[in-house]
Design a protein around this ligand. Structure first.
Ligand SMILES: C[S@@+](CC[C@H](N)C(=O)[O-])C[C@H]1O[C@@H](n2cnc3c(N)ncnc32)[C@H](O)[C@@H]1O
Length: 284
């Protein structure tokens, strides 16, 4: 393997927490997800708050099917678990595809920056920055867009999001300082990493982004998908990639379908794995 590919392969293994599989923490599940029905939301919030202040994470013991390293590896291939420690939850297949997309725009000279809307602990954007570094790009910026406090509650505007309870899951709320620390841990935090903090509909319309070569959407909801497409799609260069993490979630899929219908986009959607899809923007 070429040195750049070796580096990127190791980077992905670290981002997915696939390096120390024999560590008991590796297979644990986040307590907010597993124990909520037992403890109740209020008790869990209290416990989580106390434990976090001590610099610790509340986690449940590995489920039987996760206890073995090989099983965990299979889950992480596909992005099918919510990892306690990994810096991304999207899985290896979607990371491999993201790497290939960034390498394609570099090779073909598709102009523009890279963005992820919905970053959680930052792993996918860290990979984007790593790919630029590995290939000696010194121009493009990486935009890191998130509320850094989790998903928005349903606001009544979109009926399809009305029953969502994702905003109640503390595990999905990762503070900006933690994402910055994660970038730093890989030596990849610099002036070309730009943070857009707040709800997408507030931050993206005025974000100083001229052109995008890769637009990666990972906001789960209809609202968090449609608002990104409405504000950023026109800034994607011809040949640029639109990558959607949550196509398996009906609200996200509906937003993609509605937006493409409104804009008359007929470029086929291609599958990455069971949830990730993408298409490339055609020249007008
Ligand atoms: C599933 S996580 C993203 C996973 C991440 N891409 C990864 O690599 O693991 C969804 C993220 O979207 C953010 N989010 C969802 N809707 C949002 C909105 N409307 N505005 C800002 N952030 C939002 C949440 O805060 C959360 O960090």
């Amino acid at each position: 393997m070429e040195p750049a590919q070796l580096y990127l392969d190791l980077l992905k293994r670290c981002l997915l927490d696939l390096i120390y599989l024999d560590d008991p923490l590796a297979g644990m599940a986040p307590a907010d997800v597993v124990h909520r029905p037992l403890l109740g939301r209020a008790a869990l919030r209290l416990a989580n708050g106390v434990v976090r202040r001590l610099g610790l994470t509340l986690a449940a013991p590995p489920r039987a099917e996760h206890a073995d390293g090989a099983d965990l590896q299979a889950l992480r291939e596909e992005g099918r678990d919510w990892p306690p420690r990994a810096h991304t939850m999207v899985g290896r297949k979607r990371l491999d595809h993201l790497q290939a997309a960034v390498e394609t725009v570099l090779r073909e000279g598709v102009p523009g920056d890279l963005i992820e809307t919905g970053v959680w602990r930052g792993g996918s954007v860290i990979l984007m920055r790593g790919v630029l570094a590995a290939h000696g790009d010194s121009e493009r910026r990486v935009w890191v867009a998130d509320s850094f406090r989790g998903l928005p509650p349903p606001d009544g505007k979109w009926q399809i999001d009305a029953r969502s309870r994702l905003h109640l899951i503390d595990f999905l709320a990762v503070p900006r300082a933690q994402v910055e620390r994660n970038f730093q841990a890989y030596g990849l935090l610099d002036e070309r990493v730009r943070f857009l903090e707040g709800w997408f509909e507030d931050t993206l319309p005025t974000a100083p982004i001229e052109r995008l070569a890769v637009l990666r959407l990972d906001g789960d909801l209809y609202r968090s998908t449609i608002s990104v497409l409405e504000t950023l799609y026109d800034r994607v260069s011809p040949g640029g990639f639109i990558i959607v993490d949550d196509y398996a979630l009906p609200p996200c899929k509906a937003a993609i379908t509605d937006f493409r219908a409104t804009r008359g986009i007929t470029t086929p959607i291609e599958a990455i794995d069971w949830s990730g899809v993408f298409w490339r923007k055609q020249a007008a």
